[in-house]
Design a binder for this molecule. Structure first.
Ligand SMILES: NC(=O)C1=CN([C@@H]2O[C@H](COP(=O)(O)OP(=O)(O)OC[C@H]3O[C@@H](n4cnc5c(N)ncnc54)[C@H](OP(=O)(O)O)[C@@H]3O)[C@@H](O)[C@H]2O)C=CC1
Ligand SMILES: Nc1nc2c(ncn2[C@@H]2O[C@H](COP(=O)(O)O)[C@@H](O)[C@H]2O)c(=O)[nH]1
Length: 316
């Protein structure tokens, strides 16, 4: 049987009566694990999107962040963030280098507030072993596991011990997984299925094109949203600036790209140039204004209103 599945661009939300006098009254904050954050969206844990400065800036602003896991000393990073009075949110993989990093953290007596297990398909035995190991070694950390794209996978990750699950396979802007392997699920279907299947929060990862896609992801049941290309073009983003014919761009590359891996082996990502847009402050302000507006159209005062927003499919 072939089923029809939907992406953010295929749907819209149905407006309700607005109950606030100003969009400023709408609260976009979200409780995620042990902390509350100003907005339910954060930059992808990719080397071309976040570095230590990006993470520090987001934490200081009261936004969530996750450091990437590529050539990063998780122990040093955790200590540095916590010494600054900020929370530490690291990424790990499933191999021996991760076991080593976790052992170093343990020996140093450090507990990152958030740990993200970051692999392309976390519905696998290697991820199961690592999730159980992390839960056993770091019971005080909030563990995010990903990525997965089905209800069955979400239920498994929840049963293995994940405190939150990151959903989204092959929907990212620099993804070539769907071209190279044939596997992908559109984001609306992915997030709806996964969020309905588990009690723990679900993070909708990848595929955010328009600001309104945030509201759509939350209406699908997501508690948080991760985005890469949306955040990649700014001074505060980690990618290099490139000048072509007097115009400035920033490099944005996939974690599974040859550029990130340093070799053409199991490549499932590419490198692109995104428009350079200067300081990120204007984007962050606009994302918040747009989400406040979404909440007002949903007839509420906070993000809970979006959970009950009716969704319609648009035929093109
Ligand atoms: N969200 C998405 O859709 C995707 C995201 N990515 C990102 O790219 C990065 C690289 O991830 P990843 O590809 O997991 O590579 P990693 O190098 O992180 O792989 C981790 C380990 O898992 C093994 N492994 C990876 N994929 C498979 C598989 N399909 N079957 C069996 N074993 C596997 C690898 O072995 P071996 O290499 O020998 O197979 C390796 O030992 C991550 O940051 C990930 O988030 C990548 C693709 C899709
Ligand atoms: N298939 C691949 N997916 C990747 C790779 N590197 C990162 N990602 C995923 O994309 C999102 C960001 O998507 P965007 O649409 O917001 O730009 C990121 O969070 C990862 O889940 C990759 O090399 N291949």
């Amino acid at each position: 049987m072939i089923t029809t599945e939907l992406n953010y661009g295929d749907v819209y939300l149905v407006p309700k009566k607005t109950v606030v006098d100003s969009r400023k009254e709408c609260d976009t904050s979200v409780q995620f694990g042990p902390r509350r954050f100003d907005m339910p969206i954060y930059p992808s844990n990719m080397k071309s999107v976040v570095d230590e400065e990006t993470c520090e800036a987001f934490a200081r602003l009261g936004w969530f962040y996750t450091m990437h896991r590529f050539n990063v000393d998780a122990c040093r990073f955790t200590a540095a963030m916590q010494e600054k009075g900020l929370f530490a949110s690291i990424s790990v993989g499933v191999n021996d280098d991760t076991m080593q990093q976790l052992a170093e953290l343990k020996a140093a007596g450090l507990t990152p507030e958030y740990i993200t297990l970051d692999v392309a398909n976390a519905w696998c035995v290697k991820a199961e072993r690592m999730i159980k190991h992390i839960k056993q070694q770091f019971p005080g950390s909030f563990l995010i596991g990903g990525n997965i794209a089905t209800a069955e996978a979400a239920r498994d990750l929840e049963s293995w011990g994940c405190d939150a699950i990151k959903a989204g396979i092959a929907g990212g802007r620099v993804c070539i997984t769907k071209n190279k392997t044939g596997f992908h699920r559109p984001m609306v279907s992915t997030v709806k299925d996964c969020a309905a299947a588990v009690q723990v929060p679900v993070i909708a990862d990848g595929g955010i094109v328009e600001h309104g896609d945030m509201a759509k992801a939350l209406a699908c049941g997501a508690s948080m949203i991760m985005a890469g290309s949306l955040f990649a073009g700014y001074d505060e983003s980690a990618g290099e600036i490139v000048e072509i014919n007097g115009k400035h761009y920033k490099e944005y590359f996939g974690s599974a790209s040859q550029f990130n891996k340093g070799a053409y082996v199991n490549v499932e990502g590419k490198k692109i140039l995104v428009e350079y847009k200067g300081s990120i402050g204007k984007l962050l302000r606009e994302l918040k204004e747009d989400l406040q507006s979404s909440v007002s159209y949903a007839g509420g005062r906070d993000l809970a209103a979006l959970k009950s927003a009716a969704m319609i499919q648009v035929y093109r």
